[in-house]
Design a protein around this ligand. Sequence first.
Ligand SMILES: Cc1cc2nc3c(=O)[nH]c(=O)nc-3n(C[C@H](O)[C@H](O)[C@H](O)COP(=O)(O)OP(=O)(O)OC[C@H]3O[C@@H](n4cnc5c(N)ncnc54)[C@H](O)[C@@H]3O)c2cc1C
Length: 463
Amino acid sequence: MKRAIHWFRRDLRITDNTALAAAAKEAEEVVPVYVVSDWKKNHRWTGAARQTFLCGSLAALDGNLRAIGSGLVVREGEAEEVLVKLARETKAEAVFTNRDPDLFGRGAEMRVAKMLAEDGCELRTFKDTAIHERDEVKTGQGGNFRVFTPYSRAWAKLDKPAAGPALKKLNSPDGIKSAALPTPAHWGLKDFTGGVEPGEKAARARLKKFLSGPIHAYGETRDLMGEDGTSRISQDLRHGLLSIREVYHRAKDAAEGSSATGRNNVWKFISELIWREFYFQILWHYPEVLEHEFNAKYRGMEWDQDQAKYRAWCEGRTGFPIVDAAMRQLNETGYMHNRSRMIAAMFLTKDLHLDWRLGEQYFMQTLIDGEIASNNGGWQWSAGTGADAAPYFRIQNPWSQTKRYDPAGKYIKQWVPELADLPAAKFLDAPADGKPIAAGYPLPIVDHSTERDETLRRFKMVA
Ligand SMILES: Cc1cc2nc3c(=O)[nH]c(=O)nc-3n(C[C@H](O)[C@H](O)[C@H](O)COP(=O)(O)OP(=O)(O)OC[C@H]3O[C@@H](n4cnc5c(N)ncnc54)[C@H](O)[C@@H]3O)c2cc1C
């Protein structure tokens, strides 16, 4: 083939990028393009933190492409119109892209394929975002899994695709016009300054750091919110700065020669990668989860409307130090530790009785790693309504969670500065004297045991 387009979406890397490698192999020249969306200011499912990271990653991608003889072409508008126009302009015979795991991306692929076909051009899609895609892991009867453990067993049994190398050379035609690389201002947003470094190089450094040590103790440290016990690569997998195949194989290699405990820890980490694909296939096969409870029994649950409580939760002013630390970590960095996500989500749904969809949306707007499938899965799991969710009567107590996972108050002190000088004992129970634990810090906005009973009452009514 003389010329092809590679349409970048959530695969912003040149290493082991399936569709890009295929385009480079099959076509003499490849036009690498990113289509910048047109929405302005308020998006239900994204915000400044993720868009800032995206912009930084696009700039890094442009640099990486230039180093191998190309350069990113940026265009703005609806993907189907932009790609048809670009294909005509460059006389490209095919558009290559990696398949998106969610229904919105898939919808765009269908529209692009239809419009390109009308113009005599072909859309070629590739598996890249997951090791095993939505229809690869099936029950013995060919059905879809609704429960994680049997899914993960079936996942583990399948042959795994190998990881490929970094692309060394990309020939691109000269003189293709490009819009400027986007900045958050394109969407009417401000630059977000608190996030991790964007781009493929920084993502590779994060993976290397994790594999060189923390992965061997992952099982023991992954829940300790004040420690760096997890990989911190979720935004890199979300934006495709790392190949999931490479992450999987390198983690597996790290298990070789490790002690039995070390190997278990590596497998615990791999099992989290499987959760990611479990939720991809849940969203794919049960798209109604975006609107409704996965467990139909709990549809129609009673949720409160309380703006004041919702705002206190968003801003980290609930008077529950562990919840406030979690929400402030999110607001300041665009990231929240997994244990904190569970605590914050259970608190919103089981202590404040607010609808999980409110929390789901807030997380999507603020998280750099905001992933529709995992976020919906995590929220429904925490609310007790999801696929393989915590049973509704297992309600985490924020005070006991603090005792267990932040006993010295390291995490709380880091994110709630007004509590930094207090002894950790102050964070382990509601203040018995009814007085705030520090000047300017609120009293707990609810009583956990009272709200726990209320949650049980509401679930029993529909169960
Ligand atoms: C309410 C809630 C919302 C969540 N929203 C998101 C989200 O929008 N995007 C997101 O990537 N993860 C989400 N998670 C899952 C998890 O919290 C993050 O993936 C994790 O905290 C990211 O940190 P890490 O990269 O250090 O993870 P590690 O512990 O190092 O895990 C490695 C990778 O495995 C995947 N992973 C880990 N845990 C899960 C999980 N429970 N479900 C699915 N994938 C997982 C991620 O890709 C992660 O990068 C959510 C969890 C909850 C409880």
